[in-house]
Write a protein that binds this ligand. Structure first.
Ligand code: NAD
Ligand code: GLY
Length: 366
């Protein structure tokens, strides 16, 4: 097992990464009181809930469960309310702990519920998808979607501990594994060219679920994220770089309907659009753009999205949280392996980059 820390002063917390981890031993120090609510969904609950209920009960805790329907389309206010119902029906107090057992959807919802319930209770992340292990479980962003925009309602709520068990990835569908690889590739493109070379060397093994390679990818991804979060917890600056591809990706996800394209798939195509615009701006070469598309393609991720009317695409982009003072800011690649956040891009070229990476190619959009 490997351990990383997110260094946030007295809110510092560990990320445990390994296989066949023992929740009793690892979680015990991070459950301050008796009551613990496990939030999961029907799919993950079927696979892993009993193990966690037993493990926590063996610590002498009172365990309650809240099992939500499975899917991004349920990451909304109605289903968030079911967690509050469960906490209140169980008679849980201000010193209770909410444990998220699932992917990013469950982590975001359970985390947000824990931030709101009685103005904030304890929170533990047990991420069970690759995407949630490398990204969403670390750093404290939690929230839900609104029909007009993704992740528009939420809170920063850091967990007490993150427990990333590689063995749980064995049951993950291939498409979900690839979606997680999108966020892994993101760290390489935005800040670590050497990691990109490592991914190029090992992508076949990662897609083939080599457990050692996956653990290494999770560790390196979490190390990147933990370092950035420690420097900029509330996204006053640098943390926005973690949204490489996300402004374009959120537009794809929102337009197609939450859950039609997976978050990681939309981010993958979004990163191609960001790289394409960076190339049009003269910042990265045609070879760098090809390298970006190639690694995304090798992870079995889409490099282009279905045709989306440009006005709709732009309208969804305008809902992005990086819009400040009415101005769109984008995360682009100043070099391959070095992202920046900037307002300084050509809008016409941005539209070209969007259209070139839909099913129609390189149409002139003057
Ligand atoms: P998800 O939570 O929907 O999980 C994907 C699917 O895999 C679901 O059907 C789930 O039931 C299933 N699943 C989960 N673990 C499994 C396992 N071990 N075996 C078999 N099936 C399993 O999707 P996700 O990709 O984990 O997360 C996407 C969400 O995360 C999005 O809502 C996105 O906005 C959010 N996100 C948040 C952050 C953040 O910083 N908070 C960062 C990135 C993404
Ligand atoms: N997933 C982007 C962030 O956590 O900031």
């Amino acid at each position: 097992m490997q351990t990383l820390y997110v260094e946030l002063g007295d809110r510092r917390y560990p990320i445990f990464i390994g296989s066949q981890l023992k929740p009793q031993q690892l979680l015990e120090p991070y459950i301050p009181a008796k009551q613990l609510m496990i939030v999961t969904n029907t799919t993950v609950g079927e696979l892993y809930l009993d193990d966690y209920v037993t493990a926590i009960q063996q610590l002498g805790k009172t365990v309650a469960t809240c099992i939500l329907p499975d899917g991004e389309k349920y990451k909304n206010i109605e289903h968030l309310n079911l967690i509050f119902d469960a906490l209140l029906e169980a008679g849980f107090n201000r010193d209770c702990t909410v444990l998220a057992l699932g992917g990013g959807v469950i982590g975001d919802m359970a985390g947000f519920a824990s931030a709101c319930f009685q103005r904030g209770v304890y929170f533990i992340q047990v991420p069970t998808t690759l995407l949630s292990q490398v990204d969403s479980s670390v750093g404290g962003k939690t929230g839900i979607n609104h029909p007009l925009g993704k992740n528009m309602i939420g809170a920063f709520q850091q967990p007490q501990v993150v427990l990333a068990d590689m063995s749980q990835l064995a049951t993950l569908p291939d498409r979900e594994l690839s979606a997680g690889l999108a966020e892994v590739i993101k760290y390489a493109l935005l800040g670590d060219i050497e990691f990109l070379a490592w991914l190029e060397a090992h992508m076949d093994g990662l897609v083939g679920r080599d457990a050692t390679l996956l653990a290494e990818a999770v560790y390196r991804s979490c190390a990147h994220k933990a370092a950035i979060v420690a420097r900029d917890e509330k996204e006053q600056g640098e943390r926005a770089l973690l949204n490489l591809g996300h402004t374009f990706g959120h537009a794809i996800e929102s337009y197609l309907g939450y859950g039609v394209w997976l978050h990681g798939e939309a981010v993958a195509t979004g990163m191609v659009m960001a790289a394409d615009l960076s190339h049009r701006m003269g910042w990265i070469s045609a070879e760098d753009l090809a390298r970006t598309k190639n690694i995304i393609h090798r992870a079995n991720l889409p490099v282009a999205c279905p045709e989306i009317p440009l006005d709709d695409f732009l309208a969804y982009m305008a809902h992005d949280k990086k819009v400040l003072d009415g101005q769109l800011r984008l995360v682009l690649l100043k070099q391959l392996g070095r992202a920046i956040i900037t307002r300084d891009f050509d809008t016409k070229q941005m539209k070209q980059a969007i259209l070139a990476n839909q099913n129609e190619r390189d149409r002139d959009y003057s």
